[in-house]
Design a protein around this ligand. Structure first.
Ligand SMILES: [Mg+2]
Length: 302
């Protein structure tokens, strides 16, 4: 039969062809420099990669947030039992605290809700934060709870403490933000002002930019503020000069409250600590801002 030898010949040719080309390919691979595919296939290098991947994957990050919320929970009974206990910056307390109902003030982003997927998308897409994509992310309502946050907020609410969500999310994101919080099981008190977003008007108080002082005062007019929780120092006290020295100066009087009345969560992905390094001048070219951040590194003289 003729077809068989033809088939055998064809198979032999194909195999032989493969065998014949393999040494050449191996030879080429051995001689070639390390492929540069890895550099060109993925997103371009981004200074935020380590911070975002740490936030999303390092168990240490989860342990830190749980540590903060466990400490807050531990202090809550003491705070409730002490009628003089107040976690409001001294200059923001407008009157006495007798007979005021207990409350806590918590920030939302990177405090109660984890928006690291938004940051991850920016790294992937070679993009920077902007209000439009940020609002799109918020409207997805897919943020998860920061580890430990949900348990702490529920623990506080179960003890009769009102949780105020004081956020620099825009007020028009209030519905989606509350829906996101509610779906995760965060306690949302039955009152209109439980979400205090950017743009909240506080009678008798002139807001300084996006600082939260007026909104804290608003809560404090009717409440004894037992605790504050946040990932930025502006979540606790107004910062008059956003420079490294000004930021330190703002919190210095309250260092004794850290871990007692004020609970700080880690956020290496963004925050006012960053523009503090380039005079808050986001209008500067990215390379210039980066150079100023490099200038902030400490080499101990060498
Ligand atoms: Mg925040």
């Amino acid at each position: 039969m003729k077809p068989f030898p033809v088939l055998v010949s064809l198979v032999a040719f194909v195999l032989g062809g493969c065998a014949a080309t393999r040494p050449v390919a191996v030879e080429r691979a051995a001689a070639a420099p390390v492929p540069v595919v890895a550099e060109t296939a993925g997103p371009r290098p981004d200074d935020n990669l380590n911070a975002v991947v740490w936030t999303q994957t390092a168990i240490e990050r989860e342990l830190l947030t749980r540590q903060a919320f466990a400490a807050a929970r531990e202090q809550l009974s003491r705070a409730l039992a002490d009628p003089a206990w107040d976690a409001l910056p001294h200059e923001e307390r407008e009157g006495g605290i007798d007979r005021l109902e207990p409350a806590i003030i918590v920030d939302i982003d990177e405090t109660m809700l984890d928006n690291s997927p938004y940051q991850a998308r920016l790294v992937r897409d070679g993009a920077s934060y902007d209000e439009f994509t940020w609002a799109q992310w918020c409207r997805e309502e897919r943020a998860q709870a920061v580890p430990g946050a949900l348990e702490f907020a529920r623990y506080a609410a179960e003890r009769g403490v009102t949780v105020f969500y004081l956020s620099n999310r825009a007020r028009d994101l209030n519905t989606v933000t509350l829906a996101n919080l509610r779906r995760l099981g965060f306690p949302i008190a039955d009152r209109d002002d439980v979400f205090l977003g950017l743009g909240t008007v506080v009678p008798g108080c002139e807001q300084n930019g996006s600082e939260k002082g007026c909104r804290r005062r608003l809560v404090a007019r009717e409440h004894r503020v037992l605790m504050q929780v946040g990932d930025q120092i502006g979540d606790f006290v107004d910062v008059l000069a956003n420079t490294p020295a000004g930021r330190r100066q703002a919190v210095e009087p309250y260092l004794g409250w850290i871990g007692e009345r004020w609970f700080v969560l880690p956020n290496p992905t963004y925050g006012s600590w960053e523009p503090a390094l380039f005079n808050n001048a986001w209008s500067l070219p990215a390379a210039e801002r980066r150079r100023m951040k490099l200038d902030a590194l400490d080499y101990q003289g060498r």
